[in-house]
Write a protein that binds this ligand. Structure first.
Ligand SMILES: Nc1nc2c(ncn2[C@@H]2O[C@H](COP(=O)(O)OP(=O)(O)O)[C@@H](O)[C@H]2O)c(=O)[nH]1
Ligand SMILES: [Mg+2]
Length: 172
């Protein structure tokens, strides 16, 4: 992904497979729940928030085999959106490790982080506080970060999330 490959500020959407990344990107770009299949390679789309702000969203596949490719998307990244399935208690330690590993990359130094606790429409989803604790977000003192709940399928909190991402970029 080259710096000049598109007009918008580059925003990387990452997270474990089936966290809801592609549903989220589909929802924000089309306002609809789209059918997703496990993402091979990547999806990309441009989100115009207003005349001044345009975000280019990169939805990178989350399967284990894809994760070694994550590093190729880091150049020119202005914000990282890390999507978590907040009902998946079993895999939150794996999400924690994946997040830590991505953020240790030199190219993401100081880049703001937005964690989306997705699937909040489902019962038994973890609270924001639980997700935040399990991901050790308080340990990330050298960058701006936020955590918000959302439902990518219902479109709840999705618009708000990207407005916050834009604010985080402007302040970083
Ligand atoms: N209930 C519910 N299901 C969701 C939500 N977001 C995604 N899903 C479902 O989770 C599955 C994986 O979503 P997908 O976007 O393909 O995940 P990705 O692998 O991170 O791109 C699909 O069956 C989605 O319909 C949500 O907010 N609520
Ligand atoms: Mg996907």
């Amino acid at each position: 992904m080259g710096q000049g490959s598109s007009a918008g500020l580059q925003v990387l959407i990452m997270g474990l497979d089936s966290a809801g990344k592609s549903t989220l990107v589909g929802q924000i770009l089309t306002g609809q729940t789209v059918n997703t299949s496990p993402t091979v390679g990547f999806n990309v789309g441009t989100l115009e928030l207003n005349k001044q702000s345009c975000l280019t969203l990169w939805d990178v596949g989350g399967q284990k085999s894809m994760r070694q490719n994550w590093q190729y998307y880091l150049d020119g990244c202005k914000a990282l959106v890390f999507v978590v399935d907040s009902t998946d208690v079993a895999r939150i330690p794996e999400a924690q490790k994946a997040l830590k590993s991505i953020l240790s990359d030199e190219r993401l130094r100081g880049v703001p982080l937005m964690v989306l606790a997705n699937k909040k429409d489902l019962p038994n989803s973890m609270t924001i506080r639980e997700v935040s604790n399990k991901l050790n977000l308080n340990s990330y003192t050298d960058r701006k970060w936020e955590i918000q709940a959302c439902s990518a399928t219902k479109g709840l909190g999705v618009q708000q999330a990207f407005l916050t991402v834009n604010k985080l970029i402007k302040r970083s």
